[in-house]
Design a protein around this ligand. Structure first.
Ligand SMILES: *[C@@H]1O[C@H](CO)[C@@H](O)[C@H](O)[C@H]1NC(C)=O
Ligand SMILES: *[C@@H]1O[C@H](CO)[C@@H](O)[C@H](O)[C@H]1NC(C)=O
Length: 246
C-alpha cells in the first residue's frame, strides 16, 4: 500500500513538472523545459525562440526543434530549474542606476506598475502593484528588465513582442524572455513608452491595452476607440523617483 502510494505520487509529480503553467514558456529553439501546457492553456508560438502557454488558446502541438530531453529529474537543491523559474530575486525596492519604473497614470490602472508574472522571471508583461514593480530601461530599442538583486551580476530579460495578433486582431502581446526582441523597437516619447516596427502604421505609438489578468498589449489601433471588451486603454510612462509609490 505504501509502495503504491509512493509510486502514484512520483507519477503525479513528474506529470505536473512536465507541464508549463499559464504564460510560461513552452517551446522555442533549444527549449528543454516543459512543452505541454497545463490547465486550459495552449502553446502559442511567439517567435522562433519563444512559445508561451496562453489560457484559452487552442491546444497546439509544441514547437519543433526541442533539445535532447534531459535525464529524468531528480530533485537537486542547487539545480536551477529551466522553466518558469525565477530568473532573479529582483532588483529591490530602490531604483537601480540607469533604470526606471514604468507605470500608468490614469484610471483604471492609476499607479499600477509594469512587472512580469511570475515576478522577475520570464513571463507576460502586466501592470500590477507598486510593491512588486519591475525596473526597466531601453537599450538599442530593447525593453530591458533588471531581475537580479543589487550587488549580483546583472541578469536581464527582454520584452519580446508577438508577431501574432491577439484581441480584435489588433493587439500584440509583450513577454519577457532571456532572448532579445526581434520585432520592432521600443522608445521613449517624452516619458511615454512607445513601440514601432517598419511596415505597421500605428495611429498612436504609445497606445496600450491592459486586459484580463492585467496583461499588457500593444494597441495597434486608435487610442480610446473601439476598445475591446475586458481591456482598458492606457499609456504607460517612466517614473524615476527612488521608490515606486501608490
Ligand atoms: C541552439 O543550439 C545550437 C547548438 O548547440 C546553437 O548553435 C544555437 O546557437 C542555439 N540557439 C539558441 C537560440 O540558443
Ligand atoms: C497618444 O494618446 C495619448 C492619450 O490620449 C496622448 O496623450 C498622446 O499625445 C498621443 N500620442 C500621439 C503621438 O498621438
Amino acid at each position: 500500500m505504501r509502495c503504491t502510494t509512493t509510486a502514484l505520487l512520483a507519477t503525479l509529480a513528474s506529470t505536473v513538472s512536465a507541464q508549463a503553467g499559464d504564460w510560461q514558456q513552452c517551446g522555442g529553439m533549444n527549449w528543454s523545459g516543459a512543452t505541454i501546457c497545463g490547465g486550459t492553456a495552449g502553446c502559442v508560438k511567439i517567435n522562433d525562440y519563444y512559445s508561451q502557454c496562453q489560457p484559452g488558446a487552442a491546444p497546439t502541438v509544441p514547437q519543433p526543434t526541442p533539445a535532447p530531453q534531459p535525464e529524468p529529474q531528480q530533485p537537486q537543491p542547487s539545480e536551477v530549474p529551466s522553466s518558469g523559474a525565477p530568473a532573479g530575486s529582483g532588483p529591490g525596492k530602490t531604483l537601480q542606476t540607469g533604470y526606471y519604473w514604468i507605470r500608468a497614470v490614469a484610471a483604471p490602472n492609476f499607479h499600477k506598475y509594469m512587472q512580469t508574472k511570475p515576478l522577475y522571471a520570464t513571463g507576460s508583461a502586466l501592470l500590477g502593484d507598486y510593491t512588486t514593480a519591475g525596473q526597466f530601461q531601453i537599450v538599442d530599442g530593447q525593453l530591458v528588465q533588471l531581475v537580479s538583486a543589487p550587488g549580483e551580476p546583472a541578469k536581464l530579460l527582454y520584452g519580446v513582442v508577438s508577431e501574432t495578433r491577439y484581441i480584435n486582431d489588433n493587439s500584440l502581446s509583450v513577454t519577457f524572455s532571456e532572448t532579445k526582441n526581434t520585432y520592432g523597437k521600443f522608445a521613449w516619447q517624452g516619458d511615454g513608452l512607445t513601440w514601432t516596427v517598419a511596415g505597421v502604421t500605428r495611429p498612436n505609438a504609445s497606445a496600450w491595452y491592459v486586459c484580463t489578468g492585467q496583461k499588457l498589449y500593444i494597441n495597434l489601433g486608435n487610442y480610446l476607440y473601439q476598445t475591446p471588451a475586458g481591456c482598458a486603454d492606457q499609456t504607460i510612462h517612466y517614473y524615476n523617483d527612488k521608490t515606486a509609490n501608490n
